[in-house]
Design a protein around this ligand. Structure first.
Ligand code: TRP
Length: 329
């Protein structure tokens, strides 16, 4: 047993992970491994809520995401990596929490309305999808997590989790679940290659597993400063996506140098893109190499071991919870 505080976080297996996941979450998850007891989950039940009409790739994506996790620096010896559906206790706790969650709380959840708008073409006005944040609350509460490293987009879910566990604790007059705190990254949000929100459906991202050739090609097609037409025009780095990426990955010195070169029209967009492609290829090289050595067999072994560790913790929580709500153990 360990006295460290606990963390749970998760990602849905709807495709390979990209730079946004790395900068917005994974790098942070890696750092937290030593200070907390960490549970990192591949949320396939959550993915199924929106992908149920065509779920054939979901299992492959789960393994791909696990590879991305490990290649990015999550270490199965220092954290628990598992697939949500392999730990049945998530659904057990979700059922109990759904009994005590007022309908109005899930109906007014801003992410719910947003997803209904964004995921056009998917039939997600379903019973299951409405319960998305309740399952997420169960994910977190099952491990009595004290903190959840997430992006700002997930804050409404975390707030709802806090309300749900508060309701559980006060209903049964027992302090079973801690109210989890968010841990946000300090890195500014990375936009998509076309300056829109980075999103799987727009296809405007660089995947962690992209080859150097693909990276070069994608970077060469990136949108720069729309007001800069000729090389002799002075550029506006603040509205240039390539500059945004260069600062993110190159740090302060690169950012300052590029800014002054661009603003004085001393560097052209093509040269900037070349610099960026080189930088990204170098940055992603260790991930790509590590990934190449991870076989499906190895990944399945790691996930099986992870599920065992997760079940070990989760089943103890469920024993306690079932006792409290009067179910046989
Ligand atoms: N909803 C999260 C997302 O879309 C994924 C998720 C599921 C999660 N369960 C979680 C995140 C628990 C944090 C904690 O990214």
């Amino acid at each position: 047993m360990t006295n460290r505080k606990r963390i749970l976080s998760g990602m849905r297996p709807t495709g390979k992970l990209h730079l946004g996941h790395l900068v917005g979450a994974l790098n942070n998850w890696v750092k937290l491994q030593d200070d907390y007891q960490c549970f990192y989950m591949i949320a396939d039940w959550h993915a199924l809520m929106s992908e149920y009409e065509d779920p054939k790739d979901m299992q492959i994506f789960s393994y791909e995401v696990a590879k991305d996790f490990i290649a990015s620096g999550l270490d199965p010896n220092r954290c628990t990596i598992f697939i949500q559906s392999q730990v049945p206790q998530h659904l057990e706790l979700a059922m109990i929490l759904s009994d005590l969650t007022p309908l109005a709380w899930v109906e007014r959840c801003p992410t719910y309305k947003e997803q209904l708008r964004e995921l056009k073409g998917r039939e997600i006005t379903t019973y299951g999808f409405l319960g998305y944040p309740v399952l997420q609350a169960a994910d977190i509460a099952l491990y009595k997590a004290n903190a959840v490293p997430v992006g700002v987009d997930q804050l409404p879910h975390l707030e709802l989790t806090r309300e749900i566990v508060r309701r559980f604790n006060s209903l049964y007059k027992k302090n079973v679940f801690p109210e989890p705190e968010p841990i946000l990254t300090s890195t500014p949000k990375l936009l998509g290659l076309d300056n829109r929100k980075m999103s799987k459906s727009y296809g405007n991202f660089i995947a962690l597993s992209d080859t150097p050739e693909t990276i070069e090609k994608k970077v060469s097609q990136m949108i720069t400063d729309p007001e800069r037409i000729h090389v002799k025009d002075k550029g506006h780095p603040s509205i240039c996506t390539v500059f945004n990426y260069l600062s993110n990955f190159g740090g302060g010195a690169v950012s300052r140098e590029t800014k002054s070169l661009c603003e004085s029209a001393s560097i052209g967009c093509t040269a900037c893109k070349k610099n960026l492609a080189k930088m990204l290829i170098e940055n992603l090289a260790p991930i790509r190499e590590k990934r190449a050595h991870l076989t499906d067999l190895k990944i399945k072994e790691i996930l099986k071991e992870g599920a065992k560790e997760a079940i070990d913790f989760a089943s103890r929580t469920m024993d306690e919870v079932k006792g409290i709500v009067g179910l046989p153990r």
